[in-house]
Ligand binder design. Structure first.
Ligand code: ADP
Ligand code: MG
Length: 687
């Protein structure tokens, strides 16, 4: 097992190992252990010292101990649910070995009467006697050496014992292949030249203290990070290779549109428009992400790009996740394109069949310049006469694979611009978007006032009501968010209904309610009522449709604000403050805020910068929970953690650029890419 292709063996299913049946397989799957490689990356969390045999009179309660004792007496109660007990002793004292859920036959087999045995397990004290409950090991004296060891401890799910798992990992470690090194020399120096194989062996070896700072560990982390970046870089390279016809325009249309704005574009907006124009003029396909907080002016930038593409004779498709957002973009476009001859249209799931046919025909015949729509836009039947740009709003709902499918849509001459309002911590931008060029809108339009954020205990709800009364008199609108408290949707729903009833008693007829179990049309109906000011307060369970503009809503009340993460709170807060009125965010909490919750609230009060907040959020919560991460389509990291390994992420960004610049062959990274299961993604772009 030492030739260089042997990584394929590591991709085998664990059930190819001895003594791994369907049951074990199922249990390990819960821990995301499915292949032999997964077993190797599931590193021990600590080590247990079972190496010393001690006497019963030396036992320490609460510790894992190993003893050599003689079996004296069985106590097998005939009543169900009572444990079976076996009394054992050595020359210094007595101990009870207690078994829950083990059959009598089994117990008598492993603990034969009057025999001497080795037992290892955690010691407790019950009824004035030492006892070990469900011991980890019971073996005969000949097998003493199997137990009397320092044993790696793995975090495992219920249903699988240390002993069984040790057997599994040992089977894999025995066959560990040798690989030629894939990393460059300068990188290897950072890890004291530890290679992959010795790193794995070292970290599973009980003789070594577990050290997450060691070169062995960091090397494995680096493997994981770089494998991600290589894949994205490959995708990016392939997209860049696609040659397109450069767009030709003289900014005639866009200038006219910009002149008609009753505001000045920010410097940041102008920079990004220039970047996008460069992409449009170029021979390679644009694949660009436009990142920026809600309300930072992304849509305006996208529509200016659209105007340029239209001027050069192409069509534009603008996709948004919901009907309401489509309407909103469509309305905005009609407003700003009013004095041009740009022909706008829209298409959603609600468009009737007969209308759809007409629109699809018009698209094919190039009679529509820009069309707004939901996913319905890209059905098989839709054909564009001359599509030149796809714009997609609220990108965080797409993963890598979906992005690639998208890049193929529209053909070679079609540029792609995606907009996302989900701020990503700096450390992770490459890991998420390494396949794209990224533009960041960090400067806010100047008219925007900072949102005032305050926190209040729920006991002071009367004060909040007073404040709201005043706001309503001033013709402002209010969001009232009741978050998911329990996993159970039902409870969540009840809390919102209760709050709705409470508020409706005070503000009768002026309150609406949306929650998860409403049908889409019902939801949209309530949202429309709010948008057109038929109601003044909107109570909702969790997320109010990302990205919709309710310029008249200036107050958001967030209940149980301590249950939300920072990024989520920031996104919710972004629902308000979209006009020149002063906006307020009120964070309600039940008494006794945790330290962490206090920190979150203080950070929110201190800044409105989504990127800063994303960084802080990751520090407070760990990256697994960051908003949108789970949908990203990038496999969870097993070892890498952007907080603890920030330096390694940075190193990988430099490394990948070097690999790209030198156009270094990726052949040597092949095992790495295969092991991390990324090959499939790369191949997809070829098909
Ligand atoms: P986003 O798409 O990032 O949420 P939008 O492009 O929809 O933001 O802009 C939000 C609001 O701000 C819109 O009403 C838009 O007309 C306005 N706006 C955009 N850029 C500016 C600017 N530079 N100055 C003033 N208002 C702006
Ligand atoms: Mg928007």
């Amino acid at each position: 097992m030492s030739h260089s292709n042997s990584y394929e063996f590591l991709l085998k299913d664990i059930s190819t190992l001895k003594r791994v049946g369907q049951k074990t397989k199922k249990i390990l799957k819960k821990k995301k252990i499915e292949t032999l490689f997964d077993v190797l990356l599931h590193l021990p969390q600590a080590f247990v010292d079972r190496s010393k045999l001690i006497n019963i009179n030396e036992l320490e309660i609460g510790k894992i101990c190993t003893i050599k004792v003689q079996v004296i007496k069985y106590n097998i109660p005939r009543i169900r649910n009572l444990p079976n007990t076996v009394k054992c002793e050595d020359s210094t004292g007595e101990i009870n070995i207690v078994f829950f859920n083990s059959r009598e036959g089994y117990i008598k087999k492993i603990l034969p009467l009057n025999e001497w045995v080795i037992i290892s397990g955690k010691v407790n004290f019950y009824n004035k006697k030492y006892q070990i409950t469900n011991p980890a090991y019971v073996v005969s004296l000949e097998k003493e050496d199997f137990v009397k060891k320092i044993i790696p401890r793995y975090s495992l799910t219920e249903g699988i014992t240390e002993k069984v798992y040790r057997n599994i990992i040992e089977q894999v470690l025995k066959k560990l292949p040798f690989f030629p090194e894939w990393h460059n020399e300068n990188i290897m120096k950072k890890f004291d030249n530890k290679n992959w194989r010795e790193s794995i062996l070292h970290l599973h070896d009980p003789k070594n203290k577990q050290d997450f700072q060691s070169d062995y560990y960091r090397r494995l982390v680096y493997d994981e990070i770089l494998s991600s970046l290589i894949v994205l870089s490959q995708i990016r390279k392939k997209i860049k290779k696609i040659k397109k016809k450069p767009k030709k325009f003289g900014n005639r249309l866009s200038k006219k549109i910009i002149n008609n704005f009753n505001f000045q574009l920010t410097r940041n907006q102008i920079e990004i428009i220039t970047e996008i124009n460069r992409d449009l003029f170029s021979q390679s396909k644009m694949f660009r992400l436009l990142q920026g907080d809600v309300g930072s002016g992304k849509t305006i930038v996208a529509l200016i790009a659209a105007a340029n593409v239209i001027e050069s004779g192409y069509q534009v498709a603008f996709m948004a996740p919901t009907e309401i957002l489509v309407n909103q973009h469509y309305t905005l476009a009609n407003k700003i394109f009013k004095e041009s001859k740009i022909k706008t249209n829209f298409l959603t799931g609600k468009t009737s069949n007969s209308e759809r046919k007409i629109k699809i025909n018009a698209l094919k015949e190039n009679k529509i310049n820009i069309i707004f729509g939901t996913h319905a836009l890209f059905q098989k039947k839709t054909q564009f006469g001359n599509l030149g740009l796809i714009i997609i709003d609220e990108q965080h709902k797409f993963g890598v694979k979906q992005r690639m499918e998208l890049s193929k849509k529209g053909g070679e001459n079609c540029d792609i611009l995606v907009m996302s309002a989900t701020p990503i911590p700096r450390t992770l931008i490459m890991t998420f978007y390494g396949d794209m060029d990224v533009s960041k809108l960090t400067e806010k339009p100047s008219y925007r006032k900072e949102i005032i954020s305050l926190s209040k205990p729920e006991s002071k709800i009367e004060e909040v009501i007073k404040f709201i009364k005043k706001e309503i008199t001033n013709k402002n609108q209010i969001f009232w968010v009741c978050p998911l408290i329990d996993e159970s949707k039902k409870l969540d729903y009840e809390a919102a209904v209760k709050k709705f009833e409470y508020l409706n008693k005070i503000f009768t007829g002026r309150v609406g309610l949306i929650h998860g179990s409403l049908k889409n049309e019902e939801k949209e109906a309530v949202l429309k009522n709010f948008l057109y000011k038929k109601i003044q307060i909107l109570v909702s369970t969790t997320v109010i449709e990302v990205g919709i503009d309710f310029p008249n809503a200036n107050v958001i009340v967030i209940e149980n604000s301590n249950k939300f993460g920072l990024s989520q709170l920031h996104q919710l807060r972004g629902r308000v403050g979209r006009s020149n009125m002063q906006a307020t965010c009120i964070l309600l909490y039940k008494k006794n805020l945790s330290e962490n919750a206090k920190k979150r609230i203080n950070i929110l009060k201190s800044t409105n910068d989504g990127f800063k907040i994303a960084d802080e959020d990751m520090k407070l919560r760990g990256f697994g929970d960051i908003l949108g991460y789970k949908q990203s389509g990038i496999k969870d990291f097993k070892l890498a953690d952007p907080i603890h390994h920030e330096k390694l992420f940075k190193l990988a960004e430099i490394d990948i650029k070097e690999i790209e610049n030198k156009e270094q062959s990726l052949k040597k990274y092949e095992p790495l890419i295969k092991l991390y299961d990324k090959a499939e993604i790369i191949n997809q772009i070829d098909s």
